[in-house]
Design a binder for this molecule. Sequence first.
Ligand code: BDR
Ligand code: CA
Length: 309
Amino acid sequence: KKNIWIDCDPGHDDALAILVALANPEKLNVLGISTIGGNQRLEKVTQNARNILQFIHAKTPLVAGQETPLVKTLTIAPEAHGDSGMDGPFFEDGEYPVLSQNAILYMYETLMKTEGKTTLVGLGPLTNLALLLKTFPEVKDKIECISIMGGGLDRGNYNSLAEFNIFVDPEAAHIVFHSGINIIMSGLDVTEKAAITLGEIQSLKNKGRVSQLVYELLSFYNESGKQFGFVDSPLHDLCAIAYLLAPDMFCGENYYVDVITDNNASRGMTFADKRLVTQSKTNSFVLLDVKRKEFVELLLKSLEELDNA
Ligand code: BDR
Ligand code: CA
């Protein structure tokens, strides 16, 4: 059983990642969840996390992290995720508890007191994780690896070069990629292949409480994806969790991945050093392909577990 910590900015795909992680307690021990300003401002994404956790009667500690990136101002993504950051279903805003502690300190204390190592999962801009690694470098001994959704080796989505999560806080991403900890990178190379069809989304309708919630979430998300040219809906963040549950579903390559922090058109771009002479020094396992059907099956099965809980 793996200990994991999820840092996120829900976000439709973040919500799915949280649900699937918590649906598989025999494989993943979710120590806590922290939020980060990203898809929407911190207050909104934290409320979204509360609503999701409340909906499934979770007991997982939730703590709010940084409002803004390390250096620049926050960029949000209402065009993809709506004004709430997780539009679609109606929630009575839940009273799920948010811890009052500082998120970075709480994460540090949790990792230090947990037996064995923990895998960090980064589903939004990497600001909180970068601060953790910089403030408490000794915590690195307690980290197994960092599974992130971010970047892309041959494409962007915020613009032609940069993926949203990395674009929002490239300085933080730079710290994380250079931390010496192994990264599992679910970038756009794999996440755009990890897409759910409209037919599969519709199969969730009226299937159960949680399936219905996800049907409502993904109906909005599928519709908003159309303006970016998507017919099927890429479940980006779910890849970072699905890999931990079923690594054989994916294939990838080891590379040294770096991040451009310069203030020019390539700010926030990730790239891999593919020169043969440098191949022995790598920092990331970059996921490149996924067995799409099995991936969607994992989602549907997990939702069924939650429906029946
Ligand atoms: C990433 O950006 C966010 O909009 C999604 O939640 C995902 O983490 C995809 O580029
Ligand atoms: Ca996200």
